[in-house]
Design a protein around this ligand. Structure first.
Ligand code: EPZ
Length: 428
């Protein structure tokens, strides 16, 4: 298994190209199932999760081509073409779905276009049980017959889906995405209340509209979707990854450096902006780029509560905690989205952090410095918080099980080394 070695203490400086957003690209790839025409996606990040989704789509009969370098999207990502004309199978097996939970996003498109689907329940992961009950209840409200048996969801709609009124008890990102895609091919109008509002939701809606869908209110808590009997192909560029951008902004701050984030404008840090400013970061917006670094002196303590968008993103919680370990003062970080998203805490403490868990909150008392140590990655964002801590720590940090990182960060050591970090990947 690969490991990453970091010699800490170098302030980052330079520029980083922000890749296309993993959490936008995955639902966009699933959307290809809604049409027999070709869907072309640009600025797609080269990540393990993207490959996993491609493998599942191929298993269903989708022709997936590309991932060559793509310059006309402005990003540095790859372009892929997805052609679901030949889909003959609506069965998504456990051994593929278990690799990547977002595989559940094929369920809505499959049952909407083919009238049936049998998709493995994705199961939980390190950060929580990750149920899909809201996805299933929403599809049932659109007329699908849902049965859960032997670890699989069987959904049927022999007469096709019909529009309906759905109110999500929680603004679930995945449930919103599955239901947007399903409703796009349902007969009649669907009103989706308490919909998730993330930028990735808006990006999916933009692509679906380009494919011929009629969607209003994307990005607000109430979405109206007028179903149509068929959708066409489209050519769509994936938005920049706001979580990657927020991660590198904190990497700059924790090392006392300053970096330029290219590929997403000032809005890319929107949901974290207030807390980053509270912590003492200065952000200088530019055309399609933003310079970030510490305004002066030491990071300031700042309390954080994770919330659905536009609140502080849960996907930046672990990174913010790493930053707060060196802050002047004490901060409280409360995780409200997932039930087990503090696994970075014991590893950060092994590096000298002072963190105490008090029910759903972590109380972080800033220390003067961290020391390098061998640490264990447990999930995608916990892993990158250890990378951030290692960049600032005295001495060498060895991060093990970096396959977690490769799921969500493209060429992480290359991007950081280009900004002066002393970092290398060691195979074996
Ligand atoms: C998406 O996961 C993201 N993944 C996650 O990013 C992100 O953390 C999450 O949204 C929240 O922003 C992708 O987009 C591929 P949810 P998703 O449905 O859709 C509960 C990363 O690091 N819930 O909004 O699974 C659920 O258990 C990943 O890139 C139900 O109870 O998130 C969780 O506690 C991690 N029933 C909460 O809602 C359901 O049917 C948020 O889940 C669905 C969700």
């Amino acid at each position: 298994m690969d490991r990453i070695l970091i010699q800490g203490g170098t302030p980052l400086s330079g520029s980083i190209d922000i890749s296309g957003a993993k959490n936008a690209a995955l639902p966009l790839m699933a959307a290809c199932l809604l049409t027999e025409e070709t869907l072309r996606l640009r600025n797609v990040p080269s990540l393990v999760d993207i490959s996993s989704m491609a493998r599942l789509l191929r298993q269903l009969g989708v022709a997936v081509e590309g991932m060559e370098e793509d310059t006309d999207a402005g990003g540095v990502g790859g372009a892929i073409s997805l052609d679901a004309a030949g889909v003959g199978d609506t069965f998504a097996p456990y051994d593929l779905v278990r690799r990547m939970r977002a595989s559940i996003l094929v369920l809505g498109p499959l049952v909407a276009r083919f009238g049936e689907a049998r998709v493995s329940l994705p199961g939980g992961c390190a950060i929580g049980t990750r149920p899909v009950d809201l996805h299933l209840a929403g599809l049932a409200a659109l007329g699908a017959e849902i049965a859960v048996e032997n670890g699989y969801v069987r959904a049927r709609a022999a007469q096709g889906l019909r529009g309906g009124a759905i109110s999500l008890p929680f603004a679930s990102v995945g449930a919103t995405e599955n239901l947007m895609m399903a409703a796009s091919l349902a007969r009649g109008e669907t009103v989706l209340a308490n919909a998730a509002r993330e930028p990735e939701i808006v990006d999916l809606a933009d692509c679906l509209v380009a494919m011929g869908a009629a969607i209003e209110g994307a990005g607000t808590e109430r979405m109206m979707i007028q179903g149509t009997d068929r959708l066409g192909g489209a050519d769509h560029a994936v938005i920049a990854d706001r979580i990657e951008a927020g991660t590198w902004a904190m990497a700059a701050a924790i090392t006392g450096g300053c970096v330029e984030l290219k590929g997403g404008g000032p809005a890319i840090l929107q949901a974290a902006l207030g807390k980053l400013a509270d912590a003492g970061l200065k952000m200088e917006p530019g055309d399609g780029r933003i310079r970030v670094g510490l305004a002066s002196g030491r990071v300031r303590a700042s309390d954080v509560v994770t919330e659905p968008y536009p609140g502080f993103p849960t996907d930046l919680q672990a990174q913010m905690m790493a930053l707060m370990t060196l802050a002047e003062g004490c901060s409280t970080i409360t995780e409200t989205i997932f039930e087990n998203r503090f696994m970075h805490v014991p590893e950060l403490c092994r590096m000298g952090a002072d963190i105490r868990i008090d029910r759903g909150s972590a109380v972080v008392s800033g220390v003067s410095h961290l020391t390098g140590a061998p640490v264990m990655a447990t999930d995608l964002r916990a892993s990158v918080s250890l990378i951030l801590a290692g960049l600032a720590a005295r001495g060498e940090t060895e991060v093990n099980r970096v396959y977690h990182l490769d799921r969500g960060y493209e060429r992480i050591e290359d991007k950081l080394a280009a900004c002066g970090a002393v970092i290398e990947r060691v195979g074996g």
